[in-house]
Write a protein that binds this ligand. Structure first.
Ligand SMILES: Nc1nc2c(ncn2[C@@H]2O[C@H](COP(=O)(O)OP(=O)(O)OP(=O)(O)O)[C@@H](O)[C@H]2O)c(=O)[nH]1
Ligand SMILES: [Zn+2]
Length: 298
């Protein structure tokens, strides 16, 4: 009787799939059926492995995917840890809104981490940045203002088998953070990285490492996001405070532009919605209508 067991693919190395199950990491090969179906198993996929008493294990099934994000692609991403720098590169609300819109569209949750706040500790500049980020907490995002708090609370935040990945502008501090988190993880899991066969000679692809009850992708994720493929009428859905309050707009499919009785425009005037949010909404809307990313964002 062949035993079958379910798990998460945590790495792919030259045709071998390492699947983390509750019986440990099982190295397996893919059955030809995947090639025939043109289905390529990805890191992050939930998979069924068939254990063989000859010591040969086969991937026999890939469970339906929730999403596929990043390059290299990771399947079933639950949450993005978005690294936004206070300085170097400069803090940018526009960039933040772009990322938030992108991941809302991809149906991925976002947790925000402000990096490099140490460089401007105690300044008025940092105080203003923090005030802005408090607005984002108010509309429902979890925000971490320093790496100590993040490292302390992150393990409890990552739910059972959940997959997290990092994102953020080039130079924001993704690799720096990842190194810290990987070190934390290795202190707990010990030999796991050895079991994963991470040699200098293997081509480095994305892998998941165990963190909390789930996983973090060990690759910095992506830095630029394209928004022009979003359907223009849906854009308001991805600005969560717009979505929530648009029930009070006079028109059901209000785009919050020139429509009379628009609750969102009223809230912007009353300073209940951060004016930059509305400006960024208009900018992204224009980008979608123009069908391309603006040059200065590339
Ligand atoms: N002072 C300070 N420096 C930091 C912090 N985080 C990152 N840095 C520095 O900022 C620079 C860029 O950091 P990286 O971690 O390489 O940034 P990245 O987001 O991985 O950048 P890409 O690989 O280009 O996408 C490095 O010199 C880091 O040492 C921080 O919290 N504080
Ligand atoms: Zn409206």
């Amino acid at each position: 009787m062949l035993e079958k067991i379910e798990g998460t693919i945590i790495s792919v190395i030259s045709g071998y799939y390492d699947v983390k199950t509750n019986k440990g990491v099982i190295r397996s090969r893919a059955r030809g059926v995947f090639r025939n179906r043109k289905q390529k198993p990805l890191v992050g996929d939930r998979a069924v492995v068939q254990l063989d008493d000859q010591g040969m294990n086969y991937l026999v099934e890939i469970l339906p995917r929730k999403n596929e994000v990043g390059r290299p692609a990771v399947a079933n991403v639950d949450q993005v840890l978005l690294v936004i720098s206070a300085v170097e590169p400069d803090f940018s609300l526009e960039l933040l809104d772009r990322y938030l819109t992108f991941f809302a569209w991809k149906n991925v949750g976002v947790t925000i981490y402000l990096s490099k706040s140490d460089i401007i500790a105690g300044t008025e500049e940092l105080k203003e940045i923090k005030e802005k980020l408090v607005y984002y907490e108010k509309i429902g995002y979890r925000v971490f203002f320093d790496s100590d708090t993040l490292e302390k609370e992150l393990p409890d935040l990552i739910q059972e088998n959940a997959i997290w990945t990092l994102a953020g502008q080039s130079g924001a501090g993704k690799s720096t953070l990842l190194n810290k988190l990987e070190k934390d993880a290795n202190q707990v899991t010990g030999k796991i990285s050895q079991a994963l066969n991470r040699g200098k000679h293997t081509t480095r692809q994305v892998q998941l490492f165990t963190y909390g009850k789930g996983f973090i992708a060990d690759t910095p994720g992506f830095s630029a996001v394209d928004l022009y493929k979003i359907k223009v009428d849906d854009l308001g859905q991805y600005f969560y405070e717009f979505k929530k309050n648009s029930v009070n707009c006079k028109f059901r499919r209000c785009q919050h532009i020139k429509e009379p009785g628009c609750e969102i425009k009223k809230m912007v005037e009353d300073k209940e919605i951060l004016p930059s949010r509305y400006e960024d909404y208009l900018k992204i809307r224009q980008e979608i209508l123009d069908n391309k990313m603006p040059e200065y964002m590339k």
